[in-house]
Design a protein around this ligand. Sequence first.
Ligand code: ARG
Length: 735
Amino acid sequence: MKHRILSLLLAACSVLALRADEGMWPLNLLSKIQDKMQARGLKLSAEDIYAINKSSAKDAVVRLMSKQGRMFCSGEIISSKGLFLTNHHCGYDAIQEIATPQDNILANGFWAKSMQEERRAGFNIGLLRKIEDVTTQVFNGVAINAPETERVAKIAAQVNVVRGNLLKALGDEAANYIIEVTPFYNGNQFLAMYYEVFRDIRLVGAPPENVGKFGGETDNWRWPRHTCDFSMFRIYTNANNKPADYNAANKAFAPYHHFPISLKGVKEGDFAMTMGYPGRTTRYTYSEGIRYLSGKERPMRVQVRRDIMDVYETYMKADKNVRLMYSSKLAGLGNYWNKFNGEAKELSKPEFYQKRKSAEMAFEQWVRANNKQADYGDVTSLYDEAYAGLNKYGLYSVYFQDGVSNSVPMANVSQVYGIIKTQKDIAAMDAVKDSAKIRKMNAAVAKMIAGYTEGISEAYHEFNGNIEKQVIAVVLKHILMDLDHASLPASMLKMDEKFKHNYTEMANSLWSSSIFCDTVKLKKAMANFKAKNIEKDPLYTIIAGYVNMMNVDLKPVLDEITNKLARANRLYMAAQFEMEKDKVFAPDANGTMRLSYGIIESYKARDAVNYNYFTTSRGILEKYIAGDFEFDAPDALINIIKKKDFGRYADADGELHTCFLSNNDITGGNSGSPVINGNGELIGTAFDGNWEAIASDFGFMPSVQRTISVDIRYTLFIVDKLGGASNIIGELDLK
Ligand code: ARG
């Protein structure tokens, strides 16, 4: 009897342990979830993870940012000399930029055998220093029921003031900081994030592409996985350990914390947490939004992307220099082609819509029962109006993002349109022609023209004539065949008539006549800039017409949709706080640092299909196809695997474990995040999510949602045995 009770108790505990917890937690909320984390196996305290006045785990988590400041990935510092680890697909762009046909480090891999050999990389990294709640300052003087347009303007202005003041308070340090004031809970709270930004980053190591991207788009978002998706970089500083521009004399950064690495491996049920920068989730999307996305927006994106990808792949397979040139673009398009495809299918399941609908009905009932009409009475109608608007007008911007922006000539037209538009706006201003203000604005335009002209070579740096000509045809075909003609520019419709809907011929004609398809002509036209001449260009005419339709003609309509949605989202969220007063809500991802805790866990994918929680190198041999676009692998790797020469990276079972699963709640942007065990040691690098939970940005799916990570032992095996970079291994703190 005693035994029976014990085993029942154990069973109850394990059920509890297996239920995953939703939430990408901001670090200022850690004290609220500390007990739950410790119950799952965490030995650290909230203070060990996030503290301001002493070093903590957060100091070893890096935020990858473009030179312009756009966040794109996460990473973790793993040595006392500023060495950090991220995904291969995060370093991809930087690696491609360094690679040349003669020294193709993207295809062949790269290992710096000393610090002198490390190569300058084209991005920055940010380290989070501090979080400050600035909600009161941002809302200062904003009436609760202010009209949305007024409110948006006021809040934007206030955010600027707050940010300015915080920066000023930093004194001389400000030059090394970016402060972002970010809305949380759909605009109900504002937090200021202080990032110290390091500008001298160098490539230390990367596996060959067929290791770092093994499985390509076929395996992407899927389990079981065998991709060794990692790359390594180093942060450099000036002599005082502070950020500095690139300088050969800079020294390796001495971090405040770096992660020790566990070589012991993981077992099912072990504690696991991720820390990193999830980009965006919209878990509170309204039912009509789910319908719009699954029925319209996502399917459209999938088609446009697929057609462009087909053009890329045709030429990439035929020529390895073209492959090198377009690889990063293809990966970017493909990654979200894959994801949108899965989302479209998943979100169109009736259960998904129904679950939202029931929650919304419960909300409406609560509003009535509690007499909350004054505060929340118009939420439903705002949503309905906004989505009716999106159904009618939403796709124009989608085709801009996924179509126009993916064509080099069209994207350049849209840039030049921006310059010409500014010029015209100034000319139309009601001021004395030579007033100081106007002169200043004209000087700014001249600067825009010079800046654009100078950047033309760079903008056309990845440009293959065969590909770009066909992409023009694909984009025009989709715009003219899929979109409502009511708002399309007359010039475009006229061209459609002229070529009798033959988009290849249309593209051929544009190709031979437009300056935007020939950089020599484009540079010449820019050097002698006359808006009138450029406006005669046939590609300019139709694409600038399209952009103008969105930016001018439809602007009031589109702004109204955005404002209605923002207002409805904010109020709906605020109502939920009131409805469940005791709940600690996890805010949607918004590009700020988050922690997600859970355990190592396998899953049941569908009827009769159960997935194990780890993969081994045997799977590489099973998937390997010599010479394939996606499943090729280096001979050297195949040989070491066959010999089972795994050294100290082998698991206790004698195999090389390659990837593993945990039930952490993550999303895009988390790529490269450290996966940390209960002792605060690194066990892997997160790089993907799984197919069954592909729609998790719209709803947490505890039974099937998994994070896919590279086992740190697989990473180190590649560094050591394939790369021979014992210098890198020597820097690490191995446990
Ligand atoms: N799905 C991964 C993510 O979004 C990226 C994988 C990149 N690999 C690829 N084959 N495109 O984090």
